[in-house]
Design a protein around this ligand. Sequence first.
Ligand SMILES: [Cu+2]
Length: 135
Amino acid sequence: MKTFTIARAFKAALIAAAIGGASTAALADIKDYKFELVDQSVQAGPDKVVVVRLINTKTSKPVPDAVIFATRLDMAPDGMQEMATKITPVPGGDPGTYKFKATFGMAGRWQLSLGAKVQGETGTVDNKLVITAEK
Ligand SMILES: [Cu+2]
């Protein structure tokens, strides 16, 4: 009888794990995350700060502690993809927001390419945002 009880308990645990795993996969997906600009424009010039927010589109909540691993800032939206500028992460900001510093050497539209890893999710978030540098 003891063996029977253990077997039942084990089976119940397996079912619980299967259900738990399935519901987690259904609730969260890497495609449910996206970056958005806190401000759509900056002033052209050196050392301007750009703030982006990473949000879970299903919950509309900001996502803290993501690892941002790929960034590029160039003028592709204005046909100048070769005109790229260095972009440097800056610490601080509210949880779920990520700050960068860059020199916008020209007024116009700049494309910020961002990649991120989100804790507990497989895959990567890949987004391109367009910021307007104003004179
Ligand atoms: Cu340019």
